[in-house]
Each structure stands twice: as structure tokens, then as C-alpha cells.
Design a protein around this ligand. Structure first.
Ligand code: M6R
Length: 366
């Protein structure tokens, strides 16, 4: 089943170009540029009336939701907020029938997500779920479903379900924008063109394994690793940290880089490495200041940067390069090396990559 791969996690990381391709073209066509959301059901007709969006998830799916929030704000122009389902379910969230609740869950069976959906249902909110499992419980509760086409994911660490959820959320944000009359044909064609480049970019990252392996050997001895990002790269930093801690048992934290001076910079010393996600996004110059401030305190920095970025190559202590993609899709390109990094560190440390201690693939009890 694992074929040429020693672990499911590595196999699933390598399946991403195909999984991304399948997800994009199950929801859209390039010629003519169009979106097809066959499983949205009655939710499709109600999108035009939506005034606000809440996105829910846990773990990796919450990180996808955080990026989805930014897509919806930017493309559909609606207020949107991502929330941890286990917190949401125990609050008194303000929702109504003009609120769209998007739950993200690869399994569709996560108990906190299902309970949060029950809260949303009682409040009369419209619900759409982004799910990788045909007929799962979230798909039965929601008014409509957007399926990711990642295929079965067996590794406890979620990889291909994260990147395909990002693609699904990107397209769903465009579908909401369309329903709100905010998406021109030219803009749709341009977004789809950007998406069409993504599988090749993902495959390109996978071919850069050697530079990642080298970094993994260096990081495998660390006790703590800090992941930093800004904007769309902030949830990517959190995802990089989650991947590393769950499979390698190294303590890792993902932070919004702007938080550094509010506490975390006190931790920086030569034995505390940072991974800074500093691709070509709009906040790259702010990341450069963060990197300089860390280095001034003796902290070694590995940059995840866009290939050809000479300034960052010279500045960082080491770099992992990714190909240039549209800035909205940088999280997909930037997270793949972090998945490989976590995998390689874990293998180097002799950890059980597919079945990390204390973890289950699906969390069906609190
Ligand atoms: O099935 P779900 O997407 O709802 O699962 C949510 C989390 O339990 C899951 O993403 C978890 O954080 C993974 N082990 C992360 O790799």
C-alpha cells in the first residue's frame, strides 16, 4: 500500500500534486472559466444573502480555516473569522440565518467540529463543510459540501488534506464572491490560471528534498523550534510547528512574527532555531526585520524563501527555496517543505512517523 515509500506520511506528501489537480478540476474548468459546486445543494442558492462567515476546524483543519478566512475577506469582501471548534461550541456565538458557517474537517467526524455545527444549526446559520470523506457526518449535518479529492489519508499527520482544503477554500471563496456579484469573468479566469500552475509548483518543491534533508539533520538536535510568519504565512507557521511537534516530539511553536517583541524574543539564543516563512508576500520586508532582530540575539534562522531571492539567501543562516506562485497560493508552496522537514526530522530521531504516540487519526471523543 505504501508502494515505494517507507511511510504513509511521505507517500501522502508526494501525492499532493495529483490531489491538488483532482480537487481543482472537480470544482472548476479553465475553458470556459467556470466553477462547479455539485454538492453545495440548497446552500448554493443562499450564498447571495450571506453577510458574514465563520470558519471552524481543529488542528491542521483550523489552520486551513485561518487561511480560508483571508480568502473570503479578500475575494468576497465579507467579514470572516476562523475559530477553534472546541472553543466555539462552549461559547454563546452570535449567529443568524445570514451567517455562513464553514466547517473544515478531513474526516468529517471530529467531535468538536460536529458539536460546533450543532450550535450553528440551532442558531439557524447556513452551513457548508469542506470534507475529504464521502458521506461523513459533517456532510450529513451541513446544507452543502465541498469535497476535497485527496484520496484516503492514513498518516496521522495531515498533509495532502491540508493543501487540498486550501484549494477548496480558495475556490469556495470565489464561489461566494460570484454569488455576491463581486467576481468578474476576467478575475475568475485569472484565479483559475493561477491555480492551474499549482500542481507543477508542488511537484517542483518535492524535487528539492536534498536541501530540506540537510536542514532536518541540523534541526533534529534542537529542543525547541520557533516558526514565524506574517499574513497568509502565519497559519503556515502554525502548521509547520504542529507537524514538527506531532511527528518528531520536538517542542515547536508557530507565531505571528509581529508578536516577537511581545514576549517570544526573550527565548532567542544560539541553541534556539527559528524557521521564518518569508516568501515574496507583501509582508516580506517586515519578515526581514524580524530575521535581523533574531540574528542580533544569536538565534540561527532558516528562511523558507522564494527561489532567486538573493537578499534573503544572503541574510538567513540557511534557506529552503520554493518556486514562485501567485501570492494567494504561497501557503501551498511554503507548507510542503515544512511537511518534509517534520518528516525527515522525525525519521532522523527514530520516531514512528505514521503513528505518533498519544495521537489518533480522528478525534471522536473529547
Ligand atoms: O479530521 P479533521 O480534519 O477534523 O481532524 C482535525 C485534527 O484532528 C487534525 O488535523 C490533526 O490536527 C492532525 N493530526 C494534524 O496533523
Amino acid at each position: 500500500l505504501k508502494g515505494q515509500y517507507p511511510h504513509f506520511m511521505l507517500k501522502e506528501i508526494h501525492e499532493q500534486p495529483e490531489a491538488i489537480t483532482d480537487t481543482i478540476w472537480s470544482l472548476a474548468t479553465l475553458d470556459p472559466p467556470a466553477l462547479y459546486f455539485d454538492d453545495l445543494g440548497s446552500a448554493g442558492d443562499r450564498l447571495a444573502a450571506v453577510e458574514r462567515v465563520v470558519l471552524l476546524g481543529m488542528g491542521t483543519s483550523l489552520h486551513a480555516a485561518m487561511i480560508g478566512q483571508r480568502y473570503i475577506e479578500a475575494f468576497a469582501g465579507l467579514p470572516a473569522a476562523a475559530d477553534n471548534a472546541s472553543e466555539f461550541r462552549y461559547r454563546d456565538p452570535v449567529l443568524d440565518d445570514r451567517t455562513l458557517v464553514i466547517s473544515v474537517s478531513q474526516s468529517g467526524e471530529t467531535v468538536d467540529v460536529l458539536e460546533a455545527m450543532a450550535v450553528a444549526r440551532r442558531a439557524g446559520a447556513l452551513q457548508v463543510t469542506v470534507c475529504n470523506t464521502e458521506g461523513a457526518q459533517t456532510t450529513r449535518v451541513a446544507d452543502g459540501t465541498v469535497y476535497t479529492r485527496a484520496g484516503l489519508e492514513r498518516g496521522v499527520a495531515s498533509t495532502k488534506c491540508f493543501t487540498t482544503a486550501l484549494v477548496a477554500l480558495y475556490l469556495l471563496a470565489l464561489r461566494i464572491a460570484q454569488a455576491k456579484g463581486r467576481l468578474s469573468e476576467e478575475a475568475l479566469a485569472s484565479h483559475l490560471h493561477d491555480l492551474a500552475q499549482l500542481p507543477r509548483a508542488a511537484a517542483d518543491v518535492l524535487r528539492r528534498r536534498d536541501q530540506i534533508r540537510k536542514r532536518a539533520v541540523a534541526l533534529a538536535a534542537a529542543q525547541h523550534v520557533l516558526f514565524l510568519g506574517r499574513g497568509l504565512a502565519f497559519p503556515v507557521a502554525m502548521e509547520g510547528a504542529l507537524k514538527l511537534k506531532e511527528v518528531s516530539y520536538i517542542h515547536a511553536e508557530g507565531y505571528a512574527a509581529g508578536e516577537m517583541k511581545h514576549g517570544p524574543i526573550a527565548l532567542i539564543e544560539p541553541t534556539f532555531p527559528t524557521v521564518a516563512i518569508a516568501t515574496q508576500h507583501a509582508l516580506r520586508s517586515k519578515m526581514i526585520s524580524n530575521i535581523e532582530q533574531i540574528q542580533a540575539r544569536g538565534g540561527p534562522v532558516t528562511g523558507v524563501i522564494t527561489e532567486g531571492d538573493a537578499e534573503l539567501t544572503a541574510l538567513c543562516d540557511a534557506v529552503i527555496t520554493v518556486p514562485a506562485v501567485s501570492s494567494w497560493l504561497e501557503p501551498v508552496a511554503a507548507v510542503i517543505p515544512l511537511q518534509l522537514l517534520a518528516y525527515d526530522v522525525a525519521v532522523h530521531r527514530g520516531c514512528d512517523v505514521d503513528q505518533p504516540r498519544n495521537l489518533a487519526k480522528t478525534v471522536t471523543v473529547e
